[in-house]
Design a protein around this ligand. Structure first.
Ligand code: NDP
Ligand code: PYR
Ligand code: MG
Length: 769
């Protein structure tokens, strides 16, 4: 208990690794609106009509309907997405019995994690009693408000009785997170640690320090997964729980008592394979670790400070796999990886309970996710050093955006298969996609495109095939079912990179070494035919094909050996463009331009052009860009409403640039266009129909503009570079538009996901040209 009581300014937790001070933690909680939660409205309450609908008299209607049919509560209220986080504060983290009020920061935190990671709304209910009956009674009648109950930080053995009784009394899932959430996440880590150390669960020997809520649940789950009861030893404050012991026992401990001569934790750990710490700070000593079997597995999960620090454990045993409950060490085995996603899945199928099948499904989904390549945004969220499956990465990071779309569908599926889903889902793949979109709007915008690419896969050449990011994007491209990635590069280099990454190069990826390719002569001849009157000798063309990967890749596409090219992550835009232009031309009569896709939760998907080529487009070019953008919008499934943007709106204020924009609008009107367009107008006017209706009722756009034609490259760059920094919106592109073949240049330093998204869009463009 010593360091919860630190004064501001002192470091919280272990001084060698903690990145925050007590002062910072307190300031964060006190700053602005105190605490971490607020409630937001989901319906407008602005006008008298809104009030009549939401409150009296309108609210009477849903009340009467629910009175007739209880199920309708899920349709007319927040119940189906609402979880209560309930505690009496008797086992707050590993800090002990701090009471209900002092548990509130943790409970608000759990509610915040529900929202952040799984979009589950929740509220903390801190119940000020240690009496089991009083506690059960104060919770059991709250069922109508909630879709589920998450019990938290209630000490053993009372927690077992409370959970059991509430499960019997309530018709919604009741889940004690410290028991089952912890057991699920620890089991996931254990599956992977056992795999990495070449063990068999049937012969693995586990010692659990602690015999409370988390420990008993862990013991039960690992036994359900195949660990032998005689190989699981529990210890508590009185030492080993051996068969025949009477002191400090209860029925839950007795159920796990074992015939053993060991009486102390130290004796129990002699030769043990695995240690689970669910007790208190510092309970495990380096000497105890030294006595464990080779390649010991040590999960020191007490919070906020583990039973042993990873540094101490590893200096005692460099061959150990070490995990803790904290986010500032590698391998965070913490129930944050479980409860948000488990409830998400349970709520979405309206499960009546969370059963063992759902728990095991969650553990397996977590374990398998850790074995996949790790997205870069996870590293960006401060996940730690080693993000490749191995001793320092046995469990996904809490910021891994794939958790929701992997764990929740696994839970939902298990609920359906085990017969506890009251509202089964028809399409689990769609559900997984919707979940990914729920937290990231870009996913939804790209998903329709991705689906169409999966139905019509393409060969995409990745010109910078010796770059680690590009190789990872190509592997992801193949795994996503988008088609065949072709890496331009030397096989030995590419293999060395994948070996270092620890990801074998999948069979479906092709490698083309430009220097020794059988197609070189054909490509050089093709190039020579195009360039012989532009001062190029045959040997110049040969050299270009052999040495310039962009030229080689562009020739592949132009000669029909591939459908699209992606490049640009290592060279400047103009260099990449030059290479592509050697082999690929603009569509006759069309303008080549850059199209960026802004994906925003608030405004949906908005296309912006030209964001790459024309510094000061004239009226003719602007009109061509508008036509090309409208066509691109249709290919992306949007019905175009094109706004020509300027600093002025319909002549006010006056200036020279709006003149060319007005001419472009006139050109389109004269020549005819099969899409809505208008301008010039300011960006707020373009995006806000209410503003237009009030001030410019004659404007021809029938809704918010979804294609913005920029007056010049200056403004376009300012917009597309500022938006992702100032808002939560994302910008994809610029995508090259108007070429005879699909070719895309990613921004320099683009990350794996960005390269993958652009490759998918390049494949889509190849299919829809
Ligand atoms: N990483 C994670 O996700 C999670 C971690 N935890 C951590 O696990 C710990 C226990 O939580 P929880 O199970 O909810 O609490 P409980 O109060 O239910 O259980 C605590 C257990 O720890 C035992 N214990 C206390 N001190 C020692 C000691 N020095 N040596 C051996 N055993 C000891 C107690 O023994 P006795 O029975 O003799 O009193 C009791 O069995 C906490 O540190 C908590 O932070 C919990 C949930 C999730
Ligand atoms: C993580 C958690 O729930 C605990 O330590 O109690
Ligand atoms: Mg807890």
């Amino acid at each position: 208990m010593d360091d919860a009581r630190k004064t501001p300014g002192e470091i919280v937790g272990d001084t060698r690794t903690a990145r925050i001070t007590a002062e910072e933690a307190l300031a964060m909680h006190a700053e602005g609106r105190p605490g971490k939660l607020e409630i937001r409205l989901t319906k407008p309450l602005i006008t008298a009509r809104d009030l009549s609908l939401a409150y009296s008299p309108g609210v009477a209607e849903p009340c009467l309907h629910i009175h007739r049919d209880k199920k309708l509560a899920y349709d007319y209220t927040a119940k189906g997405n609402f979880v209560a986080v309930v505690s009496n504060g008797t086992a707050v983290l590993g800090l002990g019995n701090l009471g209900a009020l002092a548990s509130k920061p943790v409970m608000e935190g759990k509610a915040a994690l529900f929202k952040r990671f799984a979009d589950v709304d929740s509220i903390d209910l801190c119940v000020d009693t240690e009496d089991v009956d009083a506690f059960v009674n104060s919770v059991r009648y709250l069922g109508p408000s909630f879709g589920g109950i998450n019990l938290e930080d209630i000490k053993a053995p009372e927690c077992f009785v409370i959970e059991q009784r509430l499960r019997e009394l309530m018709d919604i899932p009741v889940f004690h997170d410290d028991q089952h959430g912890t057991a699920i996440v620890a089991a996931a880590g254990l599956i992977n640690a056992i795999h990495l150390t070449g063990r068999d669960i049937k012969t693995t020997k586990l010692v659990i320090n602690g015999a409370g809520a988390a420990s008993i649940a862990c013991a039960e789950l690992v036994k359900a997964m195949g660990m032998r009861p005689e190989n699981v030893l529990l210890c508590d404050t009185k030492g080993v729980i051996w068969r025949g012991r009477t002191e400090g026992m209860n029925q839950w401990k007795s159920a796990h008592a074992v015939e053993t001569p060991a009486r102390t934790l130290s004796q129990a750990l002699d030769g043990a394979d695995v240690f689970f710490g669910l007790s208190v700070k510092g309970a495990l000593t380096p000497d105890m670790v030294r006595a464990m079997a080779p390649k010991p597995i040590i999960f020191a999960m007490a919070n906020p400070d583990p039973e042993i620090t990873p540094d101490e454990a590893r200096s005692a045993r460099p061959d150990a796999i070490v995990a803790t409950g904290r986010s500032d060490y590698p391998n965070q085995v913490n129930n944050v990886l479980g409860f948000p996603f488990i409830f998400r899945g349970a709520l979405d199928v309206r499960a009546s309970t969370i059963n063992d099948a759902m728990k095991i499904a969650a553990a397996e989904a977590l374990a398998m996710l850790a074995r996949e390549d790790v997205p870069e945004e996870v590293a960006g969220a401060g996940a730690g050093k080693s993000l490749r499956f191995g001793p320092e990465y046995i469990i996904p990071n809490a910021f891994d955006p794939r958790l929701i779309s992997r764990v929740s569908p696994a839970v939902a599926k298990a609920a359906m298969e085990s017969g506890v889903a009251r509202k089964p889902l028809a399409d689990l793949h769609r559900y997984a996609r919707d979940l990914a979109n729920r937290l990231d709007a870009t996913v939804g915008a790209l998903e329709a495109i991705a689906e169409s690419v999966r139905n019509n896969p393409k060969r995409v050449v990745f010109a910078e095939g010796e770059e680690e990011k590009v190789i990872r994007a190509a592997i992801a491209f193949l795994n996503a079912g988008y088609g065949t990635p072709v890496l331009v590069g030397r096989e030995d280099r590419i293999n060395a990179i994948t070996a270092a990454l620890g990801i074998p190069l999948p069979a479906g990826i092709e490698i083309q070494n430009a220097r020794v390719s059988d197609s070189n002569v054909r490509y050089a001849e093709f190039l020579y035919k195009r360039k012989q009157r532009d001062g190029f000798l045959f040997r110049d063309c040969q050299r270009l094909v052999n040495q310039d990967r962009n030229v080689f890749a562009a020739c592949m596409v132009a000669c029909g050996d591939a459908d699209a090219i992606v490049t640009g992550s290592t060279r400047s835009y103009s260099v990449a463009m030059e290479g592509i232009s050697m082999a690929i031309d603009p569509v006759p009569g069309r303008s080549v331009f850059g199209l960026s896709i802004v994906v925003s939760r608030r405004a949906g998907t908005v296309l912006v052009a030209d964001t790459a080529i024309h510094e000061r487009p004239n009226a003719e070019t602007l009109a061509a860009i508008a036509r090309g953008s409208a066509a691109a919008a249709r290919r992306l499934g949007l019905e175009p409403r094109v706004a020509f943007l300027s600093f002025s709106t319909f002549g006010d204020p006056k200036g020279s640039i709006p003149g060319s924009i007005r001419d472009a609008v006139k050109l389109l009107a004269e020549r005819g266009a099969d899409f809505e367009f208008d301008g010039e107008m300011a960006a707020d006017v373009a995006l806000d129909p209410a503003l237009r209706a009030a001030l410019y009722p004659f404007c021809r756009l029938t809704g918010p503009a979804n294609v913005l034609i920029m007056p010049g490259l200056h403004a376009a760059h300012v917009l597309t570079k500022a938006v992702p920094k100032l808002t939560s919106s994302q910008v994809i592109g610029p995508l090259l538009t108007g070429l005879t073949h699909s070719a895309q240049i990613v921004p320099m330093q683009a990350g794996v996901n960005q390269i993958l998204d652009v490759a998918c869009l390049a494949a889509h463009a190849a299919a829809t040209k």
